[in-house]
Design a protein around this ligand. Structure first.
Ligand code: SF4
Ligand code: SF4
Length: 404
């Protein structure tokens, strides 16, 4: 694609990156067919090619409007388009650059600003989220059913003390820590059976603030994490396990996020290279000692976008679960997003609900006993309306192992 960026933008590293990405796009439109928002809305401007075109115009000096901002806001950042694109266009990175430019020039309605500020002050802080969840549970009896159903019911679950021949760090996370502490505890038990100890490091990965537009705040969290994790890795921890695939996809970009930062770039790249989804670790492990705990259990696996598109780990967890004896039911259109998209379900509730309805229909087609997923956002979003329980696959595996 030909480009004519504003000279002032071309002088910046973000401008140069955007130009490189734009030039890779040949405008073929293959990506449009696999874009969930294009499928729902049928508007080229709500598909990847149309969004790329709008960002290009802004980079070339056209003034963006509230409408431009809306088309960019409606993107889930699911990166299904990246998986489809034959030219390797890094759409997700281009969208981040485009959103930053547009947000700097277009003011949002006050309600949108307020909601984003509230989310920014809440989500990246696990203690605040946990306190809110606790309060909401106390007041559950006062709330209408539709709202009460949305409140998670976390159960305290102790993480086993890390021991074994290999020690990995495990991200505590923000929303997952408050909504579902059982997931990391289950991971500790499953990995413990294989001689791998997990040492939890608390806190948010930085994605929540970064994707809500507070890029400086998100990057500050990334630097703090590197300062906290680096000494533990130097002391012998062999890697970084991240059970929420959305956080995993973000930690794997730490090297890109801090490129050019002389103090942090090298450490950020090493940490990104050591980041692992649990499926990646278990794929390398000898699982024979676990037997076939999934036998007799039919599950539909919902592969989160951050796992299949963000981390490009399509099919990995599915094959592991099959090896462990689970019967996987067919899921049509598995590449499409469930509508959760980080904070998307809160910021774009109508579109998120339509996508959830479609996803639940697809997941229910094979009449599973459970729906398994790999990301807390999807788990909570789907779980609000799913006809069967929705669990992180590690938690489901742990339950079955404890029953055998
Ligand atoms: S992003 Fe890729 S698939 Fe989409 S129009 Fe550009 S080159 Fe084609
Ligand atoms: S990231 Fe997802 S929603 Fe956004 S343009 Fe790409 S496919 Fe569409």
């Amino acid at each position: 694609m030909q480009t004519a960026l504003l000279p002032a933008l071309r002088a910046t590293s973000a401008g140069q990156e955007a130009e490189r990405i734009l030039r890779a796009c040949v405008h073929c439109g293959f990506c449009t067919a696999t874009c969930p928002t294009y499928q729902l809305l049928g508007d080229e401007l709500d598909g990847p090619r149309g969004r790329i075109y709008q960002i290009k115009q802004v980079l070339e000096g056209h003034a963006p409007s509230r409408i431009t901002q809306l088309h960019l806001d409606r993107c889930l950042l699911c990166r299904s388009c990246e998986t489809t694109c034959p030219s390797g266009v890094q759409y997700g990175r281009l969208l981040e650059i485009g959103r930053e430019l547009v947000d700097a020039q277009v003011s949002r309605p006050w309600r949108d600003r307020l909601l984003r500020q509230l989310l920014l002050r809440l989500i990246p802080h696990p203690r605040r989220v946990a306190a809110l969840v606790k309060l909401a549970n106390r007041l559950r009896f006062l709330l209408p059913n539709a709202l009460a159903r949305r409140i998670p019911r976390p159960k305290p679950d102790a993480l086993p003390a890390p021991s074994g021949a290999h020690i990995l760090l495990m991200l505590g996370g923000c929303v997952q820590a408050a909504f579902r502490p059982e997931t990391n505890a289950a991971a500790g038990r499953v990995f413990g059976r294989l001689g791998i100890g997990l040492r939890e490091v608390p806190g948010c990965c930085g994605a929540a603030a970064y994707h809500l537009g507070d890029r400086a705040g998100g990057l500050a969290t990334v630097r703090r994490n590197i300062d906290a994790w680096w000494p533990l890795l130097e002391a012998g921890a062999e890697g970084m396990l991240i059970n929420a695939s959305g956080c995993g996809a973000f930690v794997k970009t730490y090297g890109d996020l801090l490129r050019g930062n002389s103090r942090y770039e090298e450490k950020a790249q090493k940490i990104a290279a050591l980041a692992r989804d649990p499926g990646e670790v278990l794929q390398q492990a000898d699982l024979r000692s676990l037997g076939k705990p999934g036998q007799g259990c039919a599950i539909a696996f919902q592969s989160p976008c951050s796992l299949q598109h963000g981390q490009q780990l399509s099919g990995l967890v599915e094959s592991l679960l099959t090896r462990l004896g689970f019967q996987l039911t067919p899921v049509p259109d598995a590449h499409l997003c469930c509508g959760s998209g980080g904070t998307y379900a809160l910021l774009q509730p109508k579109l998120a609900d339509q996508l959830r309805r479609r996803k639940l229909q697809a997941l229910s087609q094979g009449k599973p006993d459970w729906i398994a997923t790999a990301n807390i956002g999807c788990q909570h979003h789907l779980g609000e309306k799913a006809p069967v329980p929705v669990l992180h696959w590690l938690e489901l595996l742990d339950r079955r192992l404890r029953q055998t």
